[in-house]
Design a protein around this ligand. Structure first.
Ligand SMILES: *Cc1c(COP(=O)(O)O)cnc(C)c1O
Length: 390
């Protein structure tokens, strides 16, 4: 093979380097506070961690069953039914995956033929575009735009994005990076389109517990006629502050689970046994910890949002997730990337330009800040931001 020819398959070119790496390097080099990366800097509940350690010491160290250990599949089914009234049979309607990331990958690879179209909302989580490309499918983004103080979509744009080639709608709520939690009315519109065009809904619900000010997370599978056409994806990472555990799952009717499992078994076959045991414990016993974590994130959001406002940026209202987006135009910038490249000098804080999550240029003036950091880090970042205005 000639060395000066890019060995990477054509469909993956353009996914090589990310602005996350650039911004993290910037934070490391300058000692700025890194609010670019969306992972917590504290651990999950102690007993959860201890359960994983005990599972390793207790011998849970060989391949677990392909679909996941029975305790976790049962715990996931109990969680969906207890919290949302959705009943799934742990035997054939729950599949454990290597994080939500593998769930998304296996689902799209299982359901999309080459050339099929995937409707998704931009800004979108970065793995979506790469997996759609890997599947040989085509993305049809519908832009979320500010409406008042939160982001939403135009139903006419959603309808216009659907063609005879559309296979599925991929949605994420609570939504990273905008912090929007889709309302029941917004979900009804998406559900209508799915039913009308016989589309599958694939929903990324990894922030299902992390909503603020009483915003309610409504799984689209709870709407009429949707359970049978929805693959719902969630994960332990965000819920329990264990993003390094990469333990996720799907819940779906048996024919969809079978399709996803057919792909999943050859990607990874199964997922780490000790973490599955621990997450099964967590879903049953640590939801009070999760609620305390949610409340604490809400106050971090408030604190950081106030700092962003004081800096002279316009923060949008975050109803859920780890993130708040801000409009940089009041600060005299039109481009979030340029803004991020100077923010670390002016404030000693690093953010992520939202344009990396868009196909269109609609995200150019926005930047994303993560607030899933220790209180003192958030207080310091907010103080640094407020000083740049003066
Ligand atoms: C963090 C995140 C994921 C990835 O979840 P893992 O369980 O770590 O694979 C997926 N989707 C969104 C929107 C996320 O923010």
């Amino acid at each position: 093979m000639t060395v000066n020819i890019d060995p990477l398959v054509a469909r993956m070119r353009g996914f090589g380097t990310t602005v996350f790496a650039e911004m993290t390097a910037l934070a490391v080099r300058t000692g700025a506070i890194n609010l670019g990366q969306g992972f917590p800097d504290t651990d999950g509940p102690a007993k959860l961690l201890e359960t994983a350690v005990e599972a390793i010491r207790g011998g849970a160290n060989q391949y677990p069953p392909g679909p996941g250990v029975p305790e976790l599949r049962e715990a996931v089914a109990a969680q969906r039914s207890g919290r949302y009234g959705l009943t799934y049979d742990p035997a054939d309607e729950v599949l454990v995956t290597v994080g939500a990331t593998e769930a998304i990958a296996a689902t799209l690879l299982a359901l999309c033929e080459t050339g099929d179209e995937v409707v998704l909302f931009e800004p979108y989580y970065d793995s979506y575009a790469a997996i759609i490309a890997l599947a040989g499918a085509v993305r049809r983004p519908v832009t979320l735009r500010p409406d008042g103080d939160r982001f939403t979509f135009d139903p006419a744009e959603l309808r216009a994005a659907v063609t005879p080639h559309t296979r599925l709608i991929l949605l994420n709520s609570p939504h990273n990076p905008t912090g929007t939690v889709f309302s029941r009315a917004e979900l009804e519109i998406i559900a209508d389109v799915c039913r009308e065009h016989d589309l599958v809904a694939v929903t990324d619900e990894v922030y299902e517990y992390l909503t603020f000010d009483g915003a309610e997370h409504v799984p689209i599978a709870t709407l009429p006629g949707m359970r049978e056409r929805t693959v719902a994806i969630s994960s332990a990472g965000k819920t329990f502050s264990v993003t390094g555990w990469k333990t996720g799952w799907i819940t779906a009717p048996p024919h969809l689970v079978r399709a996803v499992q057919t792909v999943k078994q050859f990607l990874t076959f199964t997922c780490s046994a000790p973490y599955q045991r621990a997450v099964a414990y967590g879903l049953g016993a640590e939801l009070d910890w999760v609620e305390a974590q949610r409340a604490s994130l809400q106050s971090k959001r408030d604190r950081l949002t106030a700092g962003i406002q004081a800096a002279g940026l316009t923060p949008l209202r975050t109803q859920g997730t780890y993130f708040v987006q801000a409009d940089v135009r009041p600060f005299g910038f039109t481009d979030g990337l340029e803004f991020c490249r100077v923010l670390h000098e002016r404030a000693g804080v690093v953010a992520i330009p939202a344009q990396v999550f868009y196909d269109s240029d609609a995200g150019d003036p926005y930047v994303r800040f993560a607030f899933c950091k220790r209180d003192e880090v958030i207080a310091d970042a907010a103080a640094r931001l407020s000083r740049v205005a003066s």
